[in-house]
Ligand binder design. Structure first.
Ligand code: NAP
Length: 250
């Protein structure tokens, strides 16, 4: 069922859409009429997430793949274009952490984080870009993090990947602005999802104390920022990083 709304007729590809922030983004864009193509590795969980959107009358489909797999990304995007002829929004949201102090960091933890957060985003963006260039329009939003700029002990791999995403965002924005495509990043602070579920009450309280707005963020707080960046009102905004962090780092 298609919905009336500013995004009606638009096709949005959202990675990491099976839970957390990605799922909230998919729901937010679909609520305004977009057809959302949802990516994640665990096909069963992804199907459940898509079913929950459809149950609410939204238009969504599952595209299970690992964004680290270049061939799977290429064929997944081809499949989506064959089905819908266009991809209007690419939301590079999938991301992981493998925390540890650098002295003891395993090479695999370094590689897995960089390959997922950074190289996966590169594979997706490159695969989608030619269709956007042909259409002379498109919106790309990449998920960074507050720690890209603040740094965080125990997260050198994650912070490196997120800082790189912001540099990538600025460069690509300049490269493709003349084709009518905008590229922006959103940098969340600490958001209530599986990624932060491991924090115990004490750590959570300490974290909240560092946030001027005195609460952790919710996935919908981030989804609203992404929705803004793909909408008409953001058409003159490119190459920027929008902080969604309750003021914890300015
Ligand atoms: P999350 O709850 O852990 O969900 C991660 C999503 O990414 C899942 O759908 C997961 O599904 C998917 N994913 C992971 N690896 C993948 C891969 N190789 N290929 C395809 N999909 C993959 O994470 P979140 O907290 O919502 O975070 C979403 C984004 O926001 C991430 O980029 C994260 O770095 C960023 N962020 C989060 C916070 C926070 O506090 N939560 C703060 C700042 C930034 P599968 O496991 O099934 O693949």
């Amino acid at each position: 069922m298609s919905r009336d709304g500013e995004l009606s007729g638009r096709i949005s590809l959202v990675t990491g859409a099976s839970r957390g922030i990605g799922h909230a983004i998919a729901r937010r864009l679909a609520r305004d009429g977009a057809t959302v193509v949802c990516v994640a590795r665990n096909a069963e969980r992804l199907e459940e997430a898509v079913a929950s959107l459809r149950k609410d009358g939204l238009t969504a489909e599952a595209l299970p793949l690992d964004i680290r797999d270049e061939d799977a990304v290429r064929s997944g995007v081809e499949q989506t274009l064959a089905r819908h002829t266009r991809i209007d929004h690419l939301i590079n949201n999938a991301g992981i952490t493998r925390d540890g102090l650098l002295l003891r960091m395993k090479t695999d933890d370094w590689k897995t984080v960089l390959e997922t957060n950074l190289t996966g985003m590169f594979f997706l963006t490159r695969a989608v870009l030619s269709a956007m260039v042909r259409a002379r329009s498109g919106r790309i939003v990449n998920l960074s993090s507050v720690v890209a700029r603040s740094g965080n002990p125990g997260q050198s791999n994650y912070c490196a990947s997120k800082a790189a995403i912001e540099g990538f965002t600025r460069s690509l924005a300049l490269e493709i602005a003349s084709r009518g495509i905008t590229v922006n990043a959103v940098a969340p602070g600490f958001i209530n999802t599986d990624m932060t579920a491991g924090l115990d009450d004490k750590a959570r309280q300490a974290m909240t104390g560092r946030i001027p707005l005195r609460r952790l963020g919710e996935p919908d707080d981030v989804a609203g920022a992404v929705r803004f960046l793909v909408g008409k009102e953001a058409s003159y905004i490119t190459g920027t990083t929008l902080n969604v962090n309750g003021g914890m780092h300015l």
